[in-house]
Design a protein around this ligand. Structure first.
Ligand code: NAD
Ligand code: ZN
Length: 359
C-alpha cells in the first residue's frame, strides 16, 4: 500500500516573517469563541519575542516550561479542560517553541474537538474529528515536528503520537531569527535529530526517490552547518537549519526512521531523556547499522566541543534495560525498515538489550 500524506496548508519562510502572524490570524479571529490560545516556550517569557506576539486582550497566552519532561497526555487534557471551562473554544492554537511546544499545540488543537482523554487517541488514525486551526512557529530546529503528522505524547502506558492528517499544522511560520538564541549544546542535539532522521530514512527498505531527495539535500545542509568551513551558529546556517529540519521531517514521512529512534523511544520512556539528546546517546553506538553516519556525527560533536556521556548502562538494572527493550521492540515498522523483511528472525528482546548495554 502506498502512503498518502497531508502537507502543511501554508508556510511562510524568511527572516522577520514572525511579523506576518498578525495578518495571518486576522481572517480566523471570528471563528468559534473568537479568541486565540498561544502556547509559548517559557524561555521567551519577558523576552523581546513575547512582546511581539499579536495577542488581543481576550486571547490567552500560556508560557509552558518544557524542560521538566516531554509533553504528557495529562498535560494536554488539563490544558484543554481548563481553557474550555474558563474561556470556551478557541478560534485557533498557536505554538511558539521547539518540538515540545509544537506537539502541545498540535495535540491540544485535536483534543478540543475529540472527547475524553488524549490517551484514547495515541496511535494512527484514532482521532475521530478534525481539530481546530493550529499554527506552528519553531524556535529551535531539528525535530521536524513543524511538518510531521504526529504530536508525540507520553502517557501512563505509551509514548506515542496522536497521528493523523488533522495533526498537521494549517500554517507554519519559519523565521530563522528565532533560533539564534539556542545554546550550542541544544543546537547540536536538535540538529542531530535532523541528521539522524536522514541517515535512518536513507538506510532502510522504505527509502525511495521521494524520501531520498529530501534526505540528500538535508544532509548536505547539515554538513555545511556542522562541519563546513563556515560551520557554527551563523545567520546563514540558521536559515539552512530551518529548511533542513523540514526536509528531514519530510524524508522520514515518506520513508521511516530506524534502530536509533526505536531505542531512543525506550530511553525517553524509561529514563525521561529528551528525544534529541537520547538519539545522540544511542546513535554513537550504532556503527554496524549506520557506520559512516556514526563517524560523521562524532566529527560534528568534536568540532563543537560536545562530549556525550559513556558507560551509562553500568548504572541500569536488568529490569530497566528489559523495559527499554520492550518499548523499542514495540516499534516494529522501524525495525522492519532498518533490518528488512526478515527482521523478526534477527531482532528480539535480547538482541535489543545487548544494544542498550553498549551505552
Ligand atoms: P524542546 O521544545 O524540548 O526545547 C529544548 C530546549 O530548547 C528547551 O530548554 C527550550 O526552552 C529551549 N529553546 C527552544 N527555543 C529556544 C530559543 N530560541 N532560544 C533558547 N532556548 C530555546 O526541543 P526540541 O528538541 O525541538 O523538541 C523535543 C520534543 O519534540 C520531544 O518532546 C519530542 O518527543 C518531540 N518530537 C516530536 C516530533 C514530531 O514529529 N512531532 C519529532 C521529533 C521529536
Ligand atoms: Zn527524531
Amino acid at each position: 500500500m502506498h502512503k498518502n500524506f497531508k502537507n502543511i496548508d501554508k508556510v511562510v519562510f524568511g527572516r522577520g516573517s514572525f511579523s506576518e502572524m498578525e495578518g495571518i490570524l486576522a481572517e480566523k479571529r471570528n471563528d468559534n469563541d473568537k479568541f486565540f490560545l498561544f502556547v509559548v516556550d517559557k524561555y521567551f517569557e519577558g523576552k523581546e519575542l513575547a512582546k511581539r506576539i499579536p495577542a488581543a486582550t481576550n486571547d490567552v497566552v500560556r508560557f509552558i516550561d518544557v524542560d521538566p519532561h516531554e509533553p504528557t497526555t495529562d498535560q494536554i487534557d488539563s490544558l484543554r479542560d481548563e481553557i474550555l471551562a474558563g474561556h470556551g473554544l478557541p478560534a485557533g492554537v498557536i505554538g511558539i517553541g521547539g518540538g515540545s511546544i509544537m506537539d502541545i499545540a498540535k495535540a491540544v488543537s485535536l483534543m478540543f474537538t475529540n472527547e475524553g482523554s488524549s490517551t484514547l487517541y495515541q496511535g494512527l488514525n484514532l482521532i475521530k474529528k478534525p481539530g481546530i486551526y493550529h499554527l506552528g512557529v519553531p524556535t529551535i530546529s531539528g525535530t521536524g515536528a513543524e511538518v510531521s503528522m504526529t504530536a508525540v505524547l507520553t502517557g501512563p502506558v505509551k509514548k506515542l503520537g496522536l497521528k493523523c492528517d488533522w495533526t498537521v499544522f494549517n500554517q507554519v511560520i519559519l523565521d530563522p531569527e528565532l533560533i539564534a538564541s539556542v545554546p550550542v549544546d541544544k543546537w547540536l542535539y536538535t540538529g542531530m535529530d535532523t541528521y539522524i532522521h536522514c541517515i535512518e530514512s536513507e538506510n532502510g527498505i522504505k527509502n525511495n526517490a521521494y524520501s531520498h531527495a529530501y534526505a540528500e539535500q538535508a544532509l548536505k545542509l547539515c554538513r555545511e552547518i556542522y562541519l563546513g568551513d563556515n560551520a557554527g551558529q551563523t545567520a546563514e546556517n540558521d536559515d539552512k537549519l530551518m529548511v533542513a529540519s523540514m526536509m528531514g521531517g519530510l524524508s522520514l514521512t515518506y520513508s521511516e526512521v530506524g534502530v536509533c529512534h526505536a531505542m531512543s523511544y525506550g530511553l525517553s520512556k524509561i529514563f525521561g531523556e529528551k528525544h534529541c539528546y537520547a538519539n545522540c546517546l544511542v546513535f554513537q553506538h550504532l556503527d554496524e547499522f549506520y557506520g559512516e553516519g556514526v563517524t560523521e556525527l562524532k566529527q560534528m560533536l568534536v568540532k563543537h566541543n560536545i562530549t556525550l556521556p559513556q558507560g551509562l548502562s553500568k548504572n541500569w538494572s536488568d529490569a530497566e534495560i528489559t523495559a527499554m527493550a520492550e518499548v523499542a521492540y514495540n516499534l516494529p515498522f522501524m525495525w522492519h525498515h532498518a533490518i528488512g523483511d526478515d527482521w523478526k528472525e534477527k531482532v528480539n528482546i535480547d538482541f535489543i538489550k545487548d544494544l542498550y548495554k553498549r551505552l
